[in-house]
Design a protein around this ligand. Structure first.
Ligand SMILES: Cc1ncc(COP(=O)(O)O)c(C=O)c1O
Length: 373
């Protein structure tokens, strides 16, 4: 039996009527960019995240870029962040001519080490981007306190973490000065294409970002700042409002699957000294990915692919070693925990509609690899 890493057709089947009605309503409205569906989604998501306000944008990548632009980040500025993330986290910094200052990760959480980040702050630091990677909270209380004191922006890259909570129940996007979200289809809340959102603390910040989102323009053809076309489509917003009603039950499904894996691994005989399962941390992990650390990861990957078991490596190369960032002058060995994670990680199926039978199949296929030695 093959098992997909993610099967969005199962989710679609469960919401088909609702979503098709919402899409049809937009088609018939004749209004396709921003408008009422986007305003509604912004209100719903500001409330869901516990943030002061929210602004719908074109993608998670653009949300990060806009947060940095709003803060005036540019050449000569430093932005402290993690080298173990999706490219967009750092791409946004470099596109603006600023310098990313990398800090290694904690091996258990895969997230930025908070002490390391505190030590990396300098006079030139204009922002810190923490990433709640895979849907697990990246600790930021002490960082936030320092950022507030020193006039530095704390940006939460919550692209993979909508609904993720810290140990006090505060949701991603409600703690920092900005929360950047992605609605890429594979996220826990995914659109039918690209989309994103920025959460901020107050209406004044949201108003600035709404202007930035539309080429810095207000009213028509009067441009206050150089922004971009960072607008969200009405169709995507309408789909997302429908899906938001189901988000808590989908999170619950992912979390239930995460809780079942340890027993399935044990039953299948996966050797615990070869495969380490993820830990949830102190808050609410929403498991956008369920990421193992594995001995002979590349061998296991090939074996699972041959068996038809969906799996993927997020991420195979630290951002400090990406060819396009060569001018930063980093070398192998600079961030050992990130580099070790890049050699060991493997994400396996966790989506809410995954069946217990499929989970057992995944565990058995992994056990089989290590038994063959
Ligand atoms: C951590 C992280 N940051 C940023 C992004 C960028 O989001 P988007 O693909 O919507 O541009 C992603 C998307 O995969 C992500 O995982």
């Amino acid at each position: 039996m093959s098992v997909p890493l993610l099967d969005l057709t199962r989710q679609y089947a469960s919401i088909r009527e609702e979503v098709e009605a919402a899409v049809l309503a937009v088609c018939r409205s004749g209004k396709y960019i921003l408008g009422e569906p986007v305003e509604r989604l912004e209100q719903e998501l500001a409330a869901y995240c516990g943030a002061g306000a929210a602004v719908g944008v074109s993608s998670g990548s653009d949300a990060l870029l806009m947060a940095l632009m709003d803060r005036g980040v540019g050449p000569g500025d430093e932005v402290v962040t993690t080298p173990f993330s999706f490219f967009a986290t750092v791409g946004a910094i470099v596109r603006l001519g600023a310098r990313p200052v990398f800090v290694d990760i904690d091996p258990d959480s895969f997230n930025l080490n908070e002490n390391g980040a505190l030590a990396a702050l300098t006079e030139r630091t204009k922002a810190v981007i923490v990433v709640h990677l895979f849907g697990r909270w990246s600790p930021s209380d002490r960082l936030l306190a320092q950022c507030e004191k020193r006039g530095i922006a704390l940006i939460e890259d919550a692209a993979q973490a909508i609904g993720c909570e810290n140990s006090r129940g505060r949701r991603a996007g409600s703690v920092g000065h900005y929360g950047a979200f992605s609605f890429f289809p594979s996220k826990n809340l995914g659109a039918f294409g690209d989309g994103g959102l920025l959460t901020v603390r107050d209406a004044a910040a949201a108003e600035r970002l709404r202007i930035l989102r539309n080429h810095g323009m207000k009213p028509a053809y009067l441009h206050h700042v150089v922004g971009g076309n960072f607008r969200l489509d009405a169709l995507q917003a309408a789909v997302l409002s429908v899906k938001l009603k189901h988000l808590e039950s989908w999170h619950a499904g992912r979390r239930a699957n995460a809780e079942k894996y340890p027993a399935a691994f044990e039953e299948a005989g996966v050797p615990p000294d070869q495969v380490k399962l993820p830990t949830p941390g102190k808050g609410r992990h929403i498991y956008n990915q369920y990421t193992l650390r594995c001995a002979d990861r590349d061998g296991l990957l090939k074996h699972l692919q041959a068996r038809g078991i969906g799996c993927a490596i997020y991420y195979p190369l630290g951002l400090h070693l990406q060819p396009c960032f060569a001018s930063l002058g980093h070398q192998e060995g600079d961030f050992p925990e990130t580099e070790r994670a890049c050699r060991e990680v493997l994400s396996i199926p966790i989506f809410p509609e995954l069946t217990a039978l499929e989970q057992r199949e995944v565990a058995q296929a992994i056990a089989e690899f290590y038994k063959r030695g």
